[in-house]
Design a binder for this molecule. Structure first.
Ligand code: AKG
Length: 274
């Protein structure tokens, strides 16, 4: 059954997003849905879902086996917990994104970032597009929803307002360590313009793939959970020779696990085909 959206942005909210590259709203789903999603979310982190195929890893660390992750992330979490899909959250996110990006915008992926209580590392200043393919033109945004209150103390989203056509600035792996998947801006940014967006559970922020953003360390006594949906209009090739050397420089444990898993699945397929 199709879930009907319950939230519509005002013209002022749309204008705010266009001008600033981000937007914050107090409710995108219900407390009941948040309670259900939290159970499923915690289960996939507890059982290390996706680790073997490189989809669960430490975003802010070197990600060795047996080492506690400072900033665990799962890519494509709905693959491991189908209950994360077909929610009121997604129905509202989809209809709001169409207001912001146009009717042709569709869902393009999800991820989950968990900041463990007391030790969860910051997610350094970055632009999402810096992680993606340099040769592609995107018109994309992320919807970020916390599954508990998001505060300055536990790592709420913080943005530097900016237009959605700004350039991607130089990035590097965190601390210049190319074993780390997470990226950070190479040069310091002017943090005096930064706006923090604390949210109640089930609130949401929307940010363009070029908007600068950051979340602080989790200094609180409870985990900080964020479930993020990415949307975009169909990407097109770029012809301006843009390069993201920081992505070519990376060699992570996560990539090694993904390559190993792909090899195993290829071998399995070959055996099955005989
Ligand atoms: O949840 C976080 O710590 C960071 C989220 C983020 O960078 C994003 O959604 O693009």
């Amino acid at each position: 059954m199709q879930i009907k959206p319950t939230v519509t942005l005002t013209d002022q909210q749309i204008a705010f997003y266009r001008e600033n590259g981000y937007l914050s709203i107090d409710a995108i789903t219900t407390p009941e849905e948040i309670a259900k999603l939290r159970v499923v979310y915690d289960q996939i982190f507890d059982r290390n879902a996706g680790r073997e195929e490189g989809n669960q890893f430490d975003l802010a660390g070197t990600d060795e086996e047996g080492k506690a992750a400072a900033l665990p992330q799962i890519l494509n979490p709905r693959k491991y917990a189908p209950e994360l899909a077909a929610t009121l959250y997604e129905a509202n996110a989809t209809s709001i994104v169409k207001q912001l990006l146009g009717a042709e915008a569709t869902f393009s992926g999800d991820h989950a970032i968990f900041k463990p209580a007391g030790v969860g590392a910051p997610t350094p200043w970055h632009q999402d597009e810096a992680y993606w393919d340099a040769g592609t033109r995107y018109n994309s945004l992320s919807v970020w929803m916390p599954l508990q209150e998001a505060t300055l103390e536990n790592g709420c989203m913080t943005f530097v307002p900016g237009p959605d056509d700004q350039e991607i600035l130089p990035h590097q792996s965190i601390g210049g360590d190319t074993r780390i998947h997470g990226l950070e801006m190479l040069n310091p940014i002017d943090e005096s313009k930064a706006i923090a967006c604390p949210l109640p559970p089930g609130g949401a922020t929307f940010h363009n793939s070029r908007t600068l953003h950051f979340t602080g360390a989790n200094k609180s006594a409870v985990p900080r959970r964020a479930y993020i949906l990415i949307f975009g209009t169909p990407p097109t090739p770029r012809t301006d020779g843009r390069k993201f050397p920081w992505n070519d420089a990376r060699h992570t444990a996560r990539d090694a696990r993904a390559a190993e898993a792909a090899k195993k699945s290829e071998a399995g397929e070959t055996v099955a085909a005989r």
